[in-house]
Write a protein of this length. Structure first.
Ligand SMILES: [Zn+2]
Ligand SMILES: [Zn+2]
Length: 430
């Protein structure tokens, strides 16, 4: 019998993990700089939380959740996204009583029973931030600026930031009605999904990628012309803050995002290179969500990014993670097993000095140890033979330029630190 990872899931092997750790390291550093603290919520929650927090009638809740009964017959669901969980935690621990705003970030797996394709998995990974407690447009701007910084830092600097206002509970109902009126006599021209949207959430017709629906959307009433004064002012404030930070954006009045809880600001970072999976992340304000989930009225704003897609986009750029790799030292033994004792001592000494070091275990010839070290990108190789052991010395080979010299054991650590420094940076920054 042979087992495979379940459909839509995958192993991230050591050969690939460097990219993930690099991306996660940049994100964690960014969060420290912006004052967002990590929150870790359970991978599963009561099913009702998502029905409430993500919204009945959304594709996620209707078709994509992994819902199961536990042995005590409770209905539980693997989290399909993390905002509802963070809101639940914010409420459960009464964090609304703490000084506001409260700013969180998360990184972790989410689960959706979706059709697997390139960049889309059933277990996928998201990074996101959620900030609660103020309706200031500066906070919307901060979340957008932080996302923008992230993409810039990892070299995805030509993404298009699309932004819109989706209104609030005061101006959206009237606009909804305008949309209903507009499509009333055009129903037969809409795709079947949009027939359902017409009944449940007409705004999402504007977001439909079906050609039939796209051709009708041109003349549909625009929410921009129908925002209440507060929403209009909020939107223009966010745009002017973005302007003053020199963050480029394009206003897209068709952008409504897949989730229903957004109010006012909605935004998305789109890549021209990724085709169907072109959105790398997005978010917006959700001023009613905390209340919908049973808490006191508390405004909030957040963003979520799909890390598989971020990494796919990095791959398309030919990203080389070795530039960010730890410099490592290989300890090669040129002689019989008696050298193992000294080899182990040297290796441990290096590790205690904060240097990544590995020892040969395989009893290979020196030639094949050197080959191994080259293939595995070691920066330096220490060669220990009988002669060196007697002289309390080692040979040190620089794998970048092939230079080799004899070093006294007592000077070894200092010499290695100096050489590694000269070879370039390490991933310490993360
Ligand atoms: Zn409004
Ligand atoms: Zn449609």
């Amino acid at each position: 019998m042979s087992f495979k990872a379940p459909r839509g899931t995958r192993d991230i092997l050591p050969s690939e993990i460097e990219k993930w750790q690099y991306v996660e390291g940049v994100l964690r550093k960014l969060c420290r700089e912006y004052g967002y603290s990590e929150i870790r919520t359970p991978l599963f929650e009561e099913t009702g939380l998502f029905a409430r927090g993500v919204g009945e009638g959304t594709d996620i809740v209707e078709k994509e959740m992994y819902t199961f009964k536990d042995r005590a017959e409770r209905s539980l669901t693997l989290r399909p996204e993390c905002t509802a969980s963070v809101v639940r935690s914010f409420l459960e621990h009464k964090l609304f009583n703490e000084p506001q705003p409260q700013k969180f970030y998360y990184i972790g797996p989410m689960f959706r029973y979706d059709r697997p394709q390139a960049g889309r998995y059933r277990q996928f990974h998201q990074f996101g931030v959620e900030a609660f407690g103020t309706s200031s447009p500066v906070l919307d701007t901060e979340v957008i600026a932080m996302s923008n910084d992230f993409f810039q830092r990892i070299g995805l600097d030509d993404l298009n930031l699309e932004i819109n206002s989706v209104g609030c509970k005061f101006c959206r109902p009237a606009y909804n009605q305008l949309v209903l009126d507009y499509y009333k006599n055009k129903l037969e021209k809409l795709c079947t999904d949009c027939h359902i949207r017409y009944e449940r959430n007409p705004l999402r017709i504007l977001d439909c990628k079906n050609e039939k629906c796209l051709s009708l959307v041109q003349d549909a009433p625009s929410l921009a012309d129908n925002l209440c004064e507060e929403c209009a002012t909020h939107f223009s404030s966010v745009l002017s803050f973005l302007d003053s930070l020199n963050i480029r954006y394009s206003v897209n009045h068709r952008l409504v995002r897949g989730l229903d809880y957004y109010t006012k600001t909605a935004f998305e970072f789109v890549s021209a290179e990724l085709g169907a999976q072109s959105s790398l992340g997005g978010g917006g304000r959700y001023d009613n969500l905390v209340e919908i989930c049973g808490g006191p009225p508390t405004p909030g704003v957040g963003v979520a990014m799909g890390l598989e897609r971020v990494i796919l986009a990095l791959d398309k750029r030919g990203f080389d993670p070795s530039l960010y790799r730890d410099k490592r030292v290989f300890v090669a033994l040129a002689g019989d097993d008696k050298l193992q004792h000294e080899g182990l001592l040297i290796t441990q000494e290096l590790r205690r000095a904060g240097i990544s070091a590995e020892l040969d275990f395989m009893g290979r010839s020196l030639k094949s140890q050197m080959k191994f070290a080259g293939k595995n990108n070691f920066s330096l190789v220490i060669i220990l033979g009988e002669k060196e052991l007697k002289e309390k010395a080692v040979l040190l080979r620089d794998m970048q330029n092939g230079e080799q010299e004899e070093i006294k054991r007592s000077k070894l650590i200092d010499k290695i630190k100096e050489k590694l420094k000269r070879q370039g940076k390490t991933t310490e920054e993360a």
